[in-house]
Design a protein around this ligand. Structure first.
Ligand code: ADP
Ligand code: MG
Length: 689
């Protein structure tokens, strides 16, 4: 035991068992204090129950076995590496655990020791083997304790064992003093685990049920606090200035629609009419626009922006990436050719002088339309008269962005767009105070993307097909999975490019785009692709969101198994942008029926159906999200699996607010403090109560 007084802000390096060098290694994860470690929630759990019998083992399937060490060997291999073999005798069989180049591991074992191994077994002759299994050492009779081992989100160079040790030390140090947000009766009534217990169970579960209960508590708490914070925020905003009343009459409507090279669909007209009705009121519009990829949301957003400008106000659109901001800027430029409207682009890395001039024109009202990335549009840009803000492709929590934005002086109308369909219950909980519009169907003549599973046997004919289409003047994407920004990911996209350039696509002009390029470089390549100076674009998922090049109608997704389902669908959306049939080949090693994500992707092009399937397929692992450095994400990011908890938390938060709008009740003081600590700065809640 240490003599350190327990505190959540104790630096991890001061805890016994952590130490300076381990603490240093944890820096990339931003784990500095005890508090950081306690809320660094696992992303998955490994079965460590030791419950498997030898008779149950299946090659390649994770298993956990209890047994006794009967032999230990450490020896150099022919290749100059060290190989440690520990033979473990269990009930009904034995297994060889093998480690390479970890000679120090040998010291941890002794013949006669009881332990539990967890890992993926494989056959080696008549025997079973596990490479680099996880080990839990047991004192006699202890085999059945601590059945589930937490697996944490990591960053470059950080080891699982570093995180586990730090979390364990943090729990020992301060789990007992973690502040409880909820009054005791509340915990009992809602059947929520008390905070200390919940922290222990989420990190060191004693059973699957208790771990679930702990997760439920944190999801409930997280949403409850968010909803309460949003509600408090709203009540503080109520005496704000009204939004500008913008009357869009038939003449303006006709003039705007004439600018588009196509007729709006019935659904686009219906949604624009809803927006026009909102803009005509002094109560600020708060509308969420949902629609599948390619359904024409951007067109509706541009319509709304032009409507605001026609009424003498300014409109801004925030895009999630610079690539997309530039694309919107170009689209608007084309639509507004010959008009008197001025468009500004605000993105990172612009020359200071240029940027200053743009800001000036925005402040004086000389420019009416502003396109930018989120930070730049929201960060202190002064508008003469901002009438409308559009938040594009905000996958999650646009609601928070919106609240942040409204901290400014003016009270613009707001339109939030999302291409990731959200099940109703969730949408209601997260965007509860937003009105919703949904774009149904697609622009006319659009055909669903033909999606093929391309297994090894079909690869040659697939590329034949791609080459044929390229010769006909079509363009293609080749999407390579890569851990964005990592050196290895970069190597993989580069080598795919080299391979194609010197092989299957030798006869064509190839481009390469990935996250490591500067934005000017990215922009240059995209521009060349748009101008058809490039036939095929080898890329990472940087093109996932929003990119619109209608002549590109072919997509090859390499190693399709490594993408998420929504991501695959977003990617495919890139080749569903015009009247020409889009075709997508998912190169996969798995056979039909063997990979549920790829199976679902190939089986349907309905984004809503896929979103539901996505939620169904996700295991516990993906439910507990990492803490993003963006700071706006929730600790437990994915709420889809627990719609009832989401709904309950929202209901309870609103109930509480109505009972006690300033949280004056003394038993709520800790809750109040926690809400302000968590969201106060983001939402400007400094003066609650
Ligand atoms: P989203 O933002 O929903 O993914 P976009 O607004 O970018 O979709 O539209 C996708 C493509 O369809 C774009 O190339 C756009 O120009 C085109 N488009 C949008 N609406 C129509 C329409 N009513 N008729 C024909 N093409 C349309
Ligand atoms: Mg879009």
């Amino acid at each position: 035991m240490s003599d350190l007084a327990p505190s959540l802000s104790t630096p991890l390096e001061r805890l016994p068992g952590v130490g300076t060098s381990r603490a240093q290694r944890l820096r990339p994860l931003e784990l500095v204090t005890v508090r950081d470690a306690l809320v660094h929630f696992p992303r998955d759990y490994k079965d460590f129950s030791g419950a498997h019998a030898f008779a149950d083992l299946l090659e390649g399937e994770h298993a956990s076995l209890a047994g006794e060490v009967v032999d230990i060997r450490s020896r150099p291999t022919a290749g100059g590496r060290n190989m440690l073999t520990v033979l473990v005798q269990g009930e009904g069989g034995s297994l060889r655990a093998v480690w390479f180049n970890m000679p120090f591991m040998a010291k941890k074992f002794a013949v006669g020791m009881r332990l539990v191994l967890a890992g993926v077994p494989r056959r080696s002759g008549a025997a079973w083997e596990m490479m680099h299994p996880e080990v839990r050492f047991c004192v006699a009779g202890e085999e059945s304790r601590g059945e589930w081992l937490a697996v944490y989100p990591l960053a470059d160079g950080v080891r699982q064992s570093d995180v586990r040790l730090a979390v364990q030390a943090a729990l020992d140090h301060a789990a007992n003093i973690a502040p409880e947000a909820f009054p005791e009766e509340w915990l009992a009534a809602k059947q929520l685990l008390p905070i200390g217990e919940a922290l222990r169970e989420i990190h060191l579960p004693t059973s699957l049920e208790r771990m679930e209960a702990a997760r439920r508590r944190f999801i409930y708490q997280e949403l409850f606090m968010l909803q309460l914070a949003l509600r408090l925020h709203r009540s503080q905003q109520q005496d704000r200035r009204a939004a500008p009343v913008m009357t869009v009459d038939a003449r303006i409507d006709g003039r705007i629609r004439a600018r588009f090279p196509f007729e709006f669909t019935a659904s686009q007209r219906a949604v624009s009419a809803e927006i026009v009705a909102d803009l005509g009121k002094s109560e600020p519009m708060n509308r969420l626009l949902q629609g599948d990829v390619g359904s024409g949301k951007t067109a509706v957003a541009i319509y709304a922006m032009l409507a605001a400008a026609a009424c003498g106000h300014q409109a801004a659109i925030m895009a999630p990436t610079e690539l997309l901001a530039r694309q919107h800027h170009a689209t608007l430029g084309r639509l507004l050719a010959g008009s008197r409207l001025q468009i500004e682009l605000l993105v990172g890395g612009q020359p200071a002088a240029k940027r200053r001039k743009a800001l000036e024109r925005i402040a004086t009202g000389e420019s009416q339309i502003v396109v930018g990335t989120q930070a730049l549009v929201s960060g202190g840009t002064a508008f003469k008269s901002l009438g409308l803000v559009v938040i594009d492709e905000q996958h999650r929590f646009g609601v928070i962005q919106r609240a942040v934005l409204q901290k400014g002086e003016s009270e613009p109308h707001t339109l939030v767009m999302t291409a990731t369909p959200i099940p109703r219950t969730i949408a209601h909980a997260i965007y509860g105070d937003l009105d919703q519009s949904t774009l149904q169907g697609e622009p006319p003549g659009r055909q669903p993307v033909l999606t093929y599973r391309v297994a090894a046997a079909q690869i040659d004919s697939w590329w034949d097909h791609v080459r044929k289409k390229l010769r006909e003047g079509r363009q293609a994407y080749v999407v390579v999975p890569s851990v964005e920004e990592s050196a290895r990911g970069l190597a993989s996209v580069r080598s795919a490019y080299e391979e194609l350039a010197n092989g299957r696509l030798e006869a064509f002009r190839l481009g390469l785009v990935h996250g490591r390029l500067s934005s000017a470089e990215k922009q240059g390549v995209m521009e060349a692709f748009r101008k058809r100076e490039i036939d095929a674009l080898v890329c990472t998922s940087v093109i996932e969101v929003g990119i619109d090049v209608p002549n590109a109608t072919l997509m090859t997704i390499l190693d399709a198994e490594s993408f998420g389902l929504s991501q695959l669908h977003q990617l495919r959306g890139r080749v569903a942008r015009g009247p020409v049939q889009g075709i997508c080949g998912a190169i996969t090693e798995s056979a039909e029926g063997a990979h549920p994500r790829v199976d679902a992707f190939v089986a349907t092009t309905d984004g809503f159906a896929l979103a539901n399937e996505d939620l169904r397929l996700r295991g516990p692992g993906e439910l507990v999200g990492t803490r993003q450095s963006g700071r706006l994400d929730l600790y437990l990011a994915d709420l889809g699996k627990h719609p009832e908890v989401v709904a309950e938390a929202r209901r309870d938060a609103l109930d509480l607010f109505h009972r006690d709008p300033t949280l004056a009740d003394a038993t709520l003081s800790r809750l109040k403090k926690l809400v302000v600590d968590r969201w106060g700065e983001t939402l400007g809640l400094g003066d609650v109560g």
